[in-house]
Structure formats: C-alpha cells, structure tokens
Design a protein around this ligand. Sequence first.
Ligand SMILES: Cc1cc2nc3c(=O)[nH]c(=O)nc-3n(C[C@H](O)[C@H](O)[C@H](O)COP(=O)(O)OP(=O)(O)OC[C@H]3O[C@@H](n4cnc5c(N)ncnc54)[C@H](O)[C@@H]3O)c2cc1C
Length: 416
Amino acid sequence: MKFDTIIIGGGLAGLICGIRLQKAGKKCAIVSAGQSAMHFSSGSFELLGRLPDGTETERPLEVLKQLPKEHPYSVIGEETVAEYAAMVPMFLEECGIKVSGSADKNSWRISPTGERKPAWLTLEEFVSLPDKDSKIGNKALIVNILGYLDFNTKFLADSFEKQGTECRIVSLKLDEMERLRKNPSEMRSTNIARVMDREEVWSKAIDQINSMIKDEDAIVLPAVFGLKDSAIIEKIRTRLGVKTYFIATMPPSVPGIRAQMRLKAEFEKCGGYFFLGDTVKGADYNEDGSIRSIETANFGNIRMYADDFVLASGSFFSKGLTATPFGIIEPVFGIDVKAEDSRDNWFDRYFWNKQNYISFGAVAKNGLHASKDGKTVWNLFLAGSIIGGYNALYEGCGGGTAIITALYAADEILKK
Ligand SMILES: Cc1cc2nc3c(=O)[nH]c(=O)nc-3n(C[C@H](O)[C@H](O)[C@H](O)COP(=O)(O)OP(=O)(O)OC[C@H]3O[C@@H](n4cnc5c(N)ncnc54)[C@H](O)[C@@H]3O)c2cc1C
C-alpha cells in the first residue's frame, strides 16, 4: 500500500494534520491503535496558562518568547504560533466543530470539580467565563440524573457558592434511564448520552427541569447531551430559557468524543483512509536514514509505504512513549527521546504537584523533524503530545500544542 503521507495516531494531532494534508490534495492514511485523549477532554483546548516556572499568564501570545528553546512553540517560532492560533477557530468550524474563545486572552472553564482553569477555545455547549472569579448567576439550579455518580454536584455547588451563587441541587428521574440504573457501571456518560439523544427523552428531561425552576437565573447540567448531534444543545437552551451551563463530567467525555468523531468524519470525507484498531509495530529505513515503510499488527507482511510519515502517537497515556527498566523509549521508530536520567526526578509523590514525566518526549528538531541517534530523520515529522520539552498539564497547553504542531507539520510536508 502506498500513500503520500502516513500518520501514526488518530487523536487530535493526527486528525488535524491529516485533514490539512488531505484538503491540500495529499493521499493520507491514519493508523490508530485506539482511543485518544479526546475521550477525556474537558471541553476546552488550552493554549498556555502558565510558564514552566509557574508564572500564570492570561495572555498566552505575549509570553511565548519566555518559553524554553525546546518547547514546541519555540521550535515553531512565536509569530508562526500566533498565526496558526488565529486560524484554528475557522479550521475547526469547517470541520463542524464550533468553538468560542480567543488566543489574545484566556477565558476560564469550569472543571468537573468546580475549579476554574484557563481555556483558549471552548466547545459550543460549554460557557467559558471571562474572569477566574466570574459568577455564573445569583441562583443556580444544579441538575443531575438520578444514580449518575460521575457528576459531582456537591463539589460544583461548593465552588459556585464561593463566588456568591446560591445553589440548589435536584435530580431528574427518567423511566428511560432505569435499565441503566439497575447496573451502576452502566450509568456512564456515553450510555446516558445515547439514551438522551432520543428526542422524546431529552424533551421529557427539559419538561422536568422547567417544572423544578423557581427563581434561578442559571441552570447547571452534566455534558451528556448531543453525542451524535450538537444541535440538541441549542434546542435545550431555548426550551429552558435560562442561562444554561453544561459542565464536563468525569470521563468519558461526550463532547470530546463527538469532536473526535467529527474530525474523523471530516478526514474521511476529504478522502483520507483511517485504519482504526491497528498498531504500527516498526519500520524499515532507506540508506540515508529516512523511513521507507511501516509494518502494522493487522496488515502483517503487507507493508505501508509513504513519502512522509507523521508520528502523532501521544504520550505515555496512549503508549506513544513507554517506560522500560532502561529508560523512556519511543517504541515504533526508536527515535531520540528527552527524559530525566534519574528516576527520582520522574515524578512527585504528591499527585497534584508538577509531574516531570509529562514533559518527557521525542526530541523535535527544526521543522518538527524527529531525530534518531542524533541524526535528523528527514521524512518523519512529530505532532502533538509525543513531543517532549513541555509539560502540557502544568503549563495548560495540551490542546494548543497538539493542534498547532499538527498544522505546522502538515505545512512543512506541503512545502517540500
Ligand atoms: C486524560 C487526558 C485529558 C486531557 N484533556 C485535555 C483537555 O481537556 N484540554 C487540552 O487542551 N488538553 C488536554 N489534554 C492534553 C492532550 O494531550 C492534548 O490535548 C491532545 O488531545 C493530545 O493529542 P495527541 O493526538 O497528541 O495524542 P493522543 O490523543 O494521546 O492520541 C494518540 C493516538 O495515537 C495512537 N497510537 C499510539 N501508539 C500507536 C501505534 N504504535 N500505532 C498506532 N496508533 C498508535 C493512540 O491509540 C491514540 O489514538 C489531555 C491529556 C490527557 C492524557
């Protein structure tokens, strides 16, 4: 099988890169082993919330210069990052994903535990707040679904009350959910969303909420609506007639999965080939060290050839990186990885502290090329969280680096 470009990994970075290339006329394949971080998405993409030294920033573009040279934004260059950041909302909209927010100033998303986190672009059903301390309203009705444990109404109420919002917590009881409720492990966001997608069910839920509203000026709901079609969200808002906040639940993330499905559909609509559930096992190389072909678990002896390859296999979470007794490795190509030598520095025993292992990853040369044994691999590009040199969680820049490196890698290939 021969393609112009083969992308390893079909998460946010792989899909964005594939769509960009496919729209520019390249014949692309994405090989993806499994689910991606999008299935755990908070509903917002982050551009940059904090510098590596802990300094918080509200205006990400103004501090890009202060990032270390190995940070992917520095490898790309701050002006180019700003250009890409400005075009991303339109790019996503063309893929059917509506977002709000701007790269000029972070807004604030509400986490499942009620914390405020900096956000760049927020998916349409979520409302991001202009300031960290913004109130969602004077009185909020927090609505859960009876028996659903992944939406922590008490945490949310405690957090909203700190900003002076009086909260009342209620539960919806829907006959249609009873089959799920018999087995608590079935009461998961995606299962609920599948039932809620039926008009007669969400409509009944809205009737119940309307009958519960007293003098509240804000309604808070778990983000379990519109798995297939986000049009439901607007209909719900109109029917409720009160400002409605959909809050991310504990994973899996219904809006994240919907966004991933949209990107995959867009890639395939443009003619791309998506091989889901297949794992790239290894590669063979040309004499100059560039990659000739890859081998996958499902295709076995049938090798996949391409002019260019993009590695978007994610970090440890997606097995793009592996920790072995001898160190951190990138398992497909064995490319150069930057990590701390001493295991004592890999992690902090206090879970919420900065975890160094998150910044481990592939060394990105100029042009986001990978390197192997110190030599640049000219036809292997890096995109997304496989790249090292930044701590997506601590710096709050996971979505931004994934999208921007993906677009940049695609454009580097198109320039060739
Ligand atoms: C749990 C979690 C939640 C996050 N939430 C947010 C958030 O809300 N907002 C935000 O801005 N950032 C978030 N991030 C940061 C996140 O890393 C990025 O936002 C982004 O989604 C990463 O995309 P990616 O495509 O680089 O990697 P991933 O999403 O990890 O995708 C990598 C893909 O590669 C596949 N793969 C791996 N190895 C192989 C192989 N050998 N062969 C074939 N396929 C392979 C995997 O199966 C996976 O599908 C989160 C990260 C995690 C881990």
